[in-house]
Write a protein that binds this ligand. Structure first.
Ligand code: FAD
Length: 492
């Protein structure tokens, strides 16, 4: 049966995460008369607060979960519809929601984010963390857990193995070094002692939002962002009268059939395994609810498995009956105006894949900052199209930059920070003071193309300038990282 169309809006944005909300804000402030609808599955929206431009490309901000009424009060022409989009018809320019509404659009922007890539779908012992609900589910399960297995090597796995207390953690990593999404082996080695050491008694004060949603989300929620574990006690069942030591909690597994125990933990940290199969067979006796078997033949019992192996773009409801061009990672391909291959349909944030001719110093990573930048730029492009104004790719896509925190260290990543795509034709300069800082500059053809700065190095602006200027640094050689030379003076 044909469901009557509720209304046609000039702009419809799907997704109340950071990309969608920023897009709405940009559109509504640029064209105040614009008739905008935000359709989102969750009860709350994510707003950027305390935005601070740290340097030309580095930015810092906090995220706040807010009721959508805050946004509607700010923008009187905005309608927020709380329901999940079930399907899209790009020909008739309409979306249908799970609660049966059909909403027309002139221009649509899909900002539906991603969902955790799970090792095993529908297995009650395999958890993924994506939103407030899933983080709370993890916390609840953890309070009764004696041993968990964490699979994955990105930012979420890193945070998790650092934060979980009172429970044995087996960390299964398939790469050569920990945190390979962000770090090379050198940086990983710098960070390893933090895992072994006792954590500081009280963590540094943190201004950012605590995720305290009480209402369960109605559908797929927004991704958590920086500090998602703040305010969520990640404690296992073990009584913690003994001071917590990471060393006794963490066990790493490698293909050489060795299991990392507290005794061997101080040895070199390279470990790898290539595949991992959760299974319920009686591989090892005991009374665990779930057992995992690694390709090295080892099996372990545990209370549950946390699958932290990345996200899959949430494209599913939009594909049926349409012909979106998809990238290899499953994202909606977007061009330099954030347009998908379907007319009048834009996309931004985790759901899309940047397929324009990328700057040699930028790469897409599904991060908070990029969700904000893409949402903002998509809003500008949609407005520019309606106003028939020309628009050029924003400067933020010139240089990859990201500030974050790992193991309580400030971490700044710039450009091709891991030599991404440079092949063997690059040089690394490294300076490291144990427990204090790790500085790595990536040079190609005598020019700086990337950097990793861990700790309070105060070098981010200088390095950013050196990378943006593409100055030939050959004559400075290793002095570039000489701590006795004030490199800023050098280049003034
Ligand atoms: P999301 O924030 O995922 O929002 C998607 C929105 O779409 C949600 O509101 C959802 O309800 C809605 N939606 C989905 N499907 C539908 C539908 N069919 N109909 C209607 N609405 C729909 N990044 C960092 O930079 N730093 C970090 O420290 C960091 N930590 C993270 C920790 C965790 C546990 C996770 C999961 C991610 C983390 N990220 C981090 C990544 C970051 O959270 C994402 O890159 C970012 O949130 C993407 O924003 P988005 O707006 O594209 O999508």
């Amino acid at each position: 049966s044909i469901i009557p169309r509720m209304k046609t809006f000039q702009f419809v944005i799907v997704g109340g995460g950071i990309a969608g909300v920023t897009c709405v804000e940009q559109l509504s402030s640029q064209i105040q008369s614009a008739d905008v609808a935000l359709i989102t599955a969750g009860p709350h929206i994510k707003a950027v607060t305390n935005y601070k431009q740290v340097s030309k490309t580095l930015e810092e901000f906090d995220i706040e979960e807010q009721p959508s009424s805050v946004l509607e009060e700010k923008f009187p022409n905005l309608t927020v519809i709380h329901s999940a989009v079930k399907c899209l018809n790009t020909q008739s320019h309409a979306v249908e929601t799970a609660d049966g509404r059909v909403i027309g659009y002139e221009k649509l922007c899909i900002c539906s984010g991603g969902r955790p890539k799970l090792l095993s779908d529908g297995n009650p012992y395999v958890l993924g963390i994506r939103d407030t609900d899933s983080a709370q589910a993890l916390q609840k399960r953890l309070s009764k857990a004696r041993r968990i297995v964490v699979v994955g090597n990105g930012g979420i796995a890193l945070e998790l193995v650092y934060e979980v207390e009172g429970c044995e953690v087996i960390w299964a990593v398939k790469d050569k070094a920990i945190g390979n999404t962000f770090f090379d082996a050198g940086a990983a080695q710098f960070l390893i002692p933090s895992l072994e050491a006792d954590k500081p008694q009280s963590a540094a004060p943190c201004k950012r939002i605590r995720y305290t949603t009480e209402e369960p989300a109605a559908g797929p929620g927004s991704a958590l962002g920086p500090d998602w574990h703040e305010g969520i006690v990640l404690r296992g069942a073990e009584s913690c009268s003994i001071p917590h030591s990471k060393q006794s909690n963490l066990r790493m597994v490698r293909t050489t059939f060795a299991v990392w125990t507290s005794d061997s933990f101080s040895h070199p940290f390279f470990f790898s395994f290539s595949f991992f199969i959760p299974c319920f067979s009686s591989l090892s006796v005991g009374s665990w609810p779930v057992y995992i078997q690694l390709t090295n033949g080892k099996s372990f019992g545990c209370d549950f498995i946390v699958s932290a192996t990345g996200v899959v773009p949430n494209t599913e409801p939009f594909l049926h009956g349409n012909s979106f061009a998809l990238a290899d990672d499953g994202g909606l391909r977007v061009d330099d105006h954030m347009m998908t291959s379907e007319p009048d349909v834009y996309a931004a944030g985790d759901v899309c894949t940047a397929c324009w001719e990328l700057s040699p110093l930028w790469q897409q990573m599904r991060l908070w900052t990029q969700a904000r930048q893409m949402g903002w730029y998509a809003g500008r492009c949609m407005a520019a199209c309606v106003l028939a104004e020309p628009i050029e790719l924003d400067f933020c896509f010139e240089l990859f930059s990201h500030i974050t925190k790992f193991f309580n260290y400030k971490v700044v990543l710039l450009g091709k920070f891991n030599g991404q795509g440079l092949g063997p034709d690059h040089e690394l300069l490294v300076r490291c003071t144990k427990g204090q800082e790790y500085v790595k500059a990536v040079l190609s053809g005598g020019k700086m193309v990337g950097a990793v700065l861990i700790g309070e190095t105060d070098l981010e602006e200088t390095f950013e300038n050196l990378i943006l200027n593409q100055m030939d640094l050959t004559q400075y050689g290793e002095d570039l990282l000489n701590p006795n030379i004030d490199i800023e003076d050098y280049f003034d």
